[in-house]
Ligand binder design. Structure first.
Ligand code: ARG
Length: 456
């Protein structure tokens, strides 16, 4: 491959450690697109002849078809996707193939291919995350007034609505899409034409190739162009945050569909049975999403560790960038898609959700707020009075709404009958009308606004 400089070929194990074709063949479409753009520019700049240019472009089209039809023979001896394609081009069109690599190196070539690949992964993940958001908004609309306990410390805290809970995830996944969009914007500069590291003496036009490949502009510094893998780190960072959101939600689903909770029912399509226990319906999809997230976070770490000690510019270590990124992208897209399916089919069990609000004195804050509003108590004093009333109810093994007025008055004599008005969970949720609060009317409006904000 390297012509005159070498007199013996690589050791067998060298070939094995060196070859990346097994995984970088996933970038064949990007490699061909990059080569076509480069070739057209070389013709335009009169660096190669129109005849050679035409032969190269036709040859690349043939290769593209061969790969699509599964006819292309990938060879580990040819190391990577770039050399495999160039070698096949030579077989197809002869010596003209050798002109394609004018003013180019595999260093700027691979950087370009990889950016193109990551860019399309970002686009696909963004699209799938949009579908997940849509499924969550639909659940929120269907359950804008479905009362459930809201938790802190996984201890029942205050009544909220199921719809409000769904919209919390809409915000998270919405921010994830924002991060993907930012990452895409920063990624979208074209490294092609940086050549090995220093640029080239040929009169190339990098703006032409950048535009042909859908980039906003060429990268500004040739050294940075071939050594930068920020876009992959940034994609996986955004992906790891998204994955973390998926995992928290998956965890909630696992808890919610357990017998102690029974908050939701997952469909048969997203659960599995047990080989021994006939009654079982396990939330495997949710568990797998929670588990697979580890791979995304792990992949991000892998690339950080590959990159952190590398001097400029290119080092072969950087060939280790692809597998983690491919795996992270595959895992993210699969997990988001599975989550969308689960959310679409999921049924919120209104009765169980409501029943769960009976325990835990969920309207204690409402009682304290009443003391502040009606008796003008400072909130800290109201908190203390309410705590004493909760203790009273706890001793009687009943809810605070089931205490008599006279019992409450032993703690605070000025309490009136009006207190009972605020002690139902429905009233509690309805009263939370502050911006972003859980009142069903708010949730209804927020779901509508979310469609505008995230899906238009
Ligand atoms: N397969 C290589 C990679 O993925 C392509 C670049 C090789 N460049 C080089 N100078 N050896 O990084």
């Amino acid at each position: 491959m390297w012509g005159g400089r070498f007199s013996v070929g690589p050791a067998e194990v060298m070939e094995k450690i060196n070859a990346s074709i097994d995984f970088d063949k996933r970038m064949s479409a990007q490699d061909i697109a990059g080569s076509k753009a480069h070739c057209a520019m070389l013709v335009k700049q009169s660096i190669i002849s129109p005849e050679d240019g035409k032969a190269i472009l036709d040859g690349l089209d043939t290769i593209s078809r061969e790969i699509q039809d599964g006819e292309f023979i990938f060879s580990a001896a040819l190391e990577d996707i770039h050399m495999n394609i160039e070698n096949r081009l030579r077989e197809l069109i002869g010596d003209a193939a050798g002109r394609l690599h004018t003013a180019r190196s595999r260093n700027d070539q691979v950087a370009t291919d990889f950016k193109l690949w990551v860019r399309s992964a970002i686009d696909e993940l963004d699209k799938q995350t949009g579908l997940l958001i849509e499924a969550l908004i639909t659940q929120a609309e269907d359950n804008y007034d479905t009362i459930m306990p809201g938790y802190t410390h996984l201890q029942a805290a205050q009544p909220v609505t199921f719809g409000h809970h769904m919209l919390a995830y809409v915000e998270m996944f919405g921010r994830d899409r924002g991060r993907l969009k930012d990452c895409r914007k920063r990624l979208n500069e074209c490294p092609l034409g940086a050549a090995a590291l220093a640029g080239t003496s040929f009169p190339i036009d990098r703006h032409v190739t950048a535009e042909a490949l859908g980039f906003d502009r060429p990268t500004a510094n040739s050294l940075d162009s071939v050594s930068d893998r920020d876009h992959a780190l940034e994609f996986m960072s955004a992906g790891a945050i998204l994955a973390t959101h998926l995992s928290r939600f998956a965890e909630e689903l696992v808890i919610w569909c357990s017998q102690g909770f029974g908050f939701v029912t997952l469909s048969d399509a997203f659960t599995t049975g047990s080989s021994i226990m006939p009654q079982k319906k396990n939330p495997d999809a949710a568990e797998l999403i929670r588990g697979k997230v580890a791979r995304v976070i792990g992949s991000l770490n892998t690339l950080f560790i590959v990159m952190k000690g590398l001097p400029l510019t290119y080092g072969k270590d950087m060939q280790e960038d692809k597998e983690p990124v491919f795996d992270a992208a595959d895992t993210l897209i699969l997990s988001v898609t599975a989550m969308t399916g689960m959310v679409t089919d999921m049924v919120a069990n209104r009765d169980r959700l409501l029943a769960a609000t009976a325990d835990g004195f969920l309207t204690a804050t409402d009682l304290a707020d009443w003391l502040v509003k009606e008796l003008n108590l400072p909130f800290r004093d109201a908190h203390h009075v309410t705590g004493t009333i909760v203790k009273l109810a706890e001793d009687k093994k009943c809810d605070i709404s089931q205490l008599n007025l006279s019992e409450m008055q032993t703690v605070e004599p000025r309490i009136t009958d009006d207190i009972f008005r605020v002690l139902t969970v429905e009233q509690s949720a309805q009263s939370r009308t502050s911006f972003g609060g859980t009142a069903p009317e708010n949730v209804k409006k927020s779901a509508k606004a979310a469609r505008e904000r995230f899906l238009s």
